[in-house]
Design a protein around this ligand. Structure first.
Ligand code: ATP
Ligand code: MG
Length: 404
């Protein structure tokens, strides 16, 4: 099988080749192409040193942000393409960054520093695949396998533990036994990795179809990242695993399904450096998780209080509770939207100003608006300005005579 190389990539490879340098597509692009999956970005590797690359690409727009690590980004037909000098990484005393970057002129050494065999294949403009570590065979056998001794590779960079799980979940691959044993025995090294990088890998993993099964199989790894999981009794964990298995590939839904059995989810999300926006969405789903979803009024009340897409809420509650009917909930929602029924203060026919004119002040105004919305949502009142203001007048009268 020959890999098709888009012209904006081959142009750059040819420029290097014509100047006497080697250049190969490497990593994810080769892996995806061999699996007939779409390729999103092409990483190139070359024996040209960074200064030589700059010279060769002086007619192109280039970005030098990664230049200390040997990476030059070259703009080709509006696409940014990263080209990196062959590297071997030396010494990893902090379990996350190489102590220093050494350039090399051997493609094999550059491939050897990479994480898994399936990520270490290189392809030239002639379409020939250079595969020093049997990546192709592992692709065929659907296996994630470290290059070299797994223990050593995870010891160098513990993030690879989560990368192994992410690739396995995304591709539906198994993890080679030695790699699997090592990722479990090395899991404590994840404590050396920054929370931001862990969170990004975790979100990438939770987005993958195979995430629920791997989460269960490698729960010990996740207990290292979220120690609160250790306090969760086995029976509750079983429920969590089942809910995850029922879920769609929306990482925030899956975060909510995991955190709903744990103490202080907001604190956990803060510690994991989730954005305020992501935390708000997950906490909002958790706050609404016990709401009834049986009637149209129930659904309108949820629309009022929801801070994310309704579909996400519906998927979430259906994963939480298998007895709920996703299609029925979505149908009620659709009917409400099509009929433009009032669910939010913004849609209410009465505004704060109307109530100021009616003589209400401060908190009375928001309380009255909330009350009117509740009545409209329950269809006890029509969403009609006159009817709503009349209702308030009647109520005021009734309240006055009751207190007399
Ligand atoms: P994706 O589709 O997720 O981008 P990818 O294979 O392109 O997959 P990247 O994270 O973009 O993954 O990294 C590009 C390549 O760099 C990998 O294929 C791998 O060869 C190498 N690589 C990335 N991170 C590491 C790491 N932590 N240790 C060793 N090699 C790595
Ligand atoms: Mg990539």
């Amino acid at each position: 099988m020959k890999i098709e190389i888009p012209s904006y990539v081959s142009v750059l490879m040819n420029v290097l080749n014509e100047n006497g340098y080697e250049c190969f597509i490497v990593g994810g692009a080769v892996r995806s192409a061999l699996l007939s999956l779409p390729v999103h970005d092409y990483d190139l590797t070359t024996n040209a040193l960074p200064v030589q690359m700059k010279e060769v690409f002086h007619d192109f727009r280039t970005i030098e942000t990664g230049i200390q690590h040997g990476t030059l980004t070259v703009m080709s037909d509006h696409h940014p393409v990263e080209i990196t000098t062959y590297r071997k990484d030396a010494g990893y005393s902090d379990h996350r960054h190489p102590d220093r970057v050494e350039f090399t002129d051997a493609l094999k050494e550059d491939c050897a520093r990479r994480d898994f065999t399936i990520n270490a294949m290189a392809c030239g403009t002639d379409g020939k695949i250079h595969d020093f570590f049997n990546g192709r065979e592992d692709l065929e056998n659907r296996l994630i396998r470290c290059i070299g001794i797994p223990q050593e590779r995870f010891d160098e960079d513990a993030l690879r533990i989560l990368r192994a799980l992410r690739f396995a979940a995304r591709l539906g691959f198994s993890i080679d036994e030695k790699t699997s044993d090592a990722l479990l025995s090395c899991r404590a090294l994840l404590n050396f990795i920054s929370m931001e990088r862990i969170r990004d890998e975790l979100m990438g993993l939770l987005e993958a179809p195979g995430a629920p099964a791997l989460f269960e199989q490698y729960i010990k790894v996740f207990e290292t990242i979220i120690p609160e999981l250790k306090d969760c009794p086995d029976t509750e964990k079983e429920v969590m695993f089942r809910r995850l298995a029922n879920s769609v590939t929306d990482p925030l839904i899956r975060v909510a399904l995991i955190l709903c059995s744990l103490r202080d989810p907001a604190q956990i999300m803060k510690r994991m450096k989730f954005s305020n926006h992501e935390t708000d969405i997950v906490m909002n789903l958790l706050n609404l998780k016990e709401r009834n979803t049986d009637t149209s009024s129930d659904i309108r009340r949820i629309i009022r209080d929801l801070k994310t897409e309704f579909e996400r809420f519906a998927r979430f509650v259906c994963a939480m509770d298998e007895s709920k009917n996703y299609a029925a909930i979505m149908k009620m929602h659709e009917d409400i939207i099509n009929a433009q029924q009032c669910c939010t203060l913004r849609q209410l026919a009465v505004k704060g100003n109307d109530l100021v004119q009616a003589g209400l002040k401060g908190r009375q105004i928001s309380e009255a608006l909330d009350l009117l919305l509740e009545e409209v949502i329950d269809m006890k009142l029509p969403n009609d300005r006159t009817a709503l203001l009349d209702y308030l007048k009647q109520k005021e009268k009734a309240d006055c005579s009751a207190s007399e």
